[in-house]
Design a protein around this ligand. Structure first.
Ligand code: AMP
Ligand code: ZN
Length: 465
């Protein structure tokens, strides 16, 4: 199985540290708002990777952290370092823990809708403060950190290999400082140093420590939780491409300074998703969350399918048109699967090729084209059915489960759906939504897609089970 390793900047033959066991850590969400479709692109990469590893008979232990404290950023308004969880909770007049609980639950629900396998452990940063304090103490003892006015910083200069993941080394100071960006932490000895512990002045969420009341930094939480649940050396560490620097670079520095062991064997980073060729941003109003897609009538699995059409290391451009295309293609697969008999046997030629491209750095666009090639081929239907079932263990598109829900739709439901399509075409979405509710109350579920063969309606309707 070949995987691209950000560390070596090349494709490598993947071999776990310990036999058939694989440890996988993914940097999880910061839970102060809904998780957007860009975040989910990254989590879908981890999910696919996990499923491909399983297809190769590896036994995977997967951990994803929940960042509910410490993910500081510089406030544009006040030029102060703030914790977005605390800031948002203050705005809403609730406690940070209440806020993060709500968004963690929402994240888990959305991930389920995308058929993302839940991590074996989903540890919260706020539950691991004691462990973080212990690790920071050791780093201080070893001379890798220093205290300044209630803050503790990691001394980058002391870690000779700093920059080995991102290339932002001390030797390239200009580049490094550019990447670190503005710093308001004036008590640091060196601009490149980063916070392990921050003094809490007026923070709602803070803990006692040997350096006074404070909160841990974001990087240290990932080092501590990954090593606690998976051991000092991990097989795979994953996240979005923006995390390479400083987050993952700093995780390496702290972890290796602590243990003296190599922290991670393979680094997997997903490229960003943009919307209509633009970076998602709240000011542009183009930050979409899963319920935006659902409210427009798309099944979350259509988004899952859409992400397969772009390799995870290439930029993905989200458009509604593309999502529509993905929904249509996926509906077509459901249609075809619904007509296949209960199957046994293999479709060797296609299955071998399918696994082969999955094992070439998760080539999902190619994997999809092999699925289509098989479905269009004149291979016996029984074999196709059995093969498609196995392929879907990796694809996670719930093909047969959904196909099973396909049913002859009564004429009165079809009529309503037809009326709804007309209203949508005329842009009368409120009325169209009312009809959707009516259809749902009759026990049917509406999934939009383009023309469905043999039906006068342009909507695919599934019976609710
Ligand atoms: P955050 O909640 O900001 O820590 O982000 C959670 C995860 O989503 C991280 O792994 C990010 O790298 C990733 N991420 C953030 N924005 C995008 C995007 N537009 N496309 C893909 N991944 C993203
Ligand atoms: Zn992390």
């Amino acid at each position: 199985m070949q995987l691209y390793n950000t560390f070596s900047r090349q494709l490598e033959e993947f071999t776990p540290i310990s036999g058939k066991k694989v440890t996988l850590y993914t940097c999880g969400p910061t839970v102060y708002r809904d998780i957007h479709i860009g975040n989910f692109r990254t989590y879908l990469t981890t999910d696919i990777l996990r499923r491909i590893l399983k297809a190769n008979e590896y036994e995977v232990t997967s951990v994803m952290n929940i960042t509910d404290v410490g993910h500081f950023r510089l406030s544009k308004e006040t030029n102060k370092v703030i914790d977005p969880v605390v800031e948002e909770a203050n705005k809403l007049g609730i406690t940070p823990l209440e806020l993060s609980k709500t968004y963690t639950e929402q994240f888990v629900k959305d991930a389920r809708k995308l058929n993302i396998l839940e991590a074996d452990v989903l540890p919260k940063a706020s539950d691991h403060i004691e462990e973080m304090i212990e690790v920071i103490k050791v780093l201080l003892d070893k001379g890798y950190a220093y205290e300044a006015d209630g803050n503790v910083y990691f001394k980058v200069e002391k870690f000779k290999d700093y920059g080995k993941l991102s290339g932002n080394t001390l030797g390239k100071m200009d580049q490094l400082l550019e990447a670190v960006r503005v710093s308001v932490e004036t008590d640091k000895k060196d601009t490149a140093d980063f916070a392990l512990w921050k003094r809490a002045d007026d923070r709602v969420m803070s803990w006692e420590s040997p350096w006074g009341m404070g909160v841990p930094g974001w990087h240290i939480e990932c080092s501590v939780m990954s090593m606690k649940y998976l051991g000092v050396s991990l097989d795979i560490h994953a996240g979005g491409e923006d995390l390479v620097f400083p987050h993952h670079e700093d995780e390496i520095a702290q972890s290796e300074a602590l243990t003296g062991e190599k922290f991670v064997k393979t680094w997997v980073h997903t490229s960003f998703l943009s919307v209509e060729e633009e970076k998602m941003s709240r000011s542009k109003g183009n930050v979409f969350i899963l319920s935006d897609l659902i409210n427009k009538g798309y099944t979350p699995l259509a988004f899952r399918y859409l992400t397969y059409q772009t390799h995870y290391r290439a930029k993905m451009n989200f458009t509604w048109e593309a999502l529509d295309g993905a929904a249509t293609a996926l509906n077509k697969i459901y249609d075809i699967a619904g007509k296949l008999p209960e199957g046994e046997g293999y479709a060797d030629k296609y299955e071998v090729e399918f696994l082969h491209v999955l094992n070439q750095d998760m080539n999902m666009p190619k994997a999809l084209s092999i699925v289509w090639e098989m479905l269009r081929s004149d291979f016996p239907d029984q074999n196709k059915a059995a093969a498609l079932r196995r392929m879907d263990e990796v694809l996670g598109l719930k093909i047969f489960e959904t196909a099973q829900k396909l049913t002859d739709i009564p004429e009165n439901v079809l009529e309503l759906s037809y009326e709804r399509d007309k209203l949508r075409k005329e842009g009368r979405y409120m009325l169209a939504d009312q009809i959707r509710h009516k259809i749902e109350n009759m026990g049917f579920e509406v999934l939009d897609g383009k023309k469905v063969e043999g039906k006068k309606t342009e909507t695919k309707i599934l019976r609710k089970l």
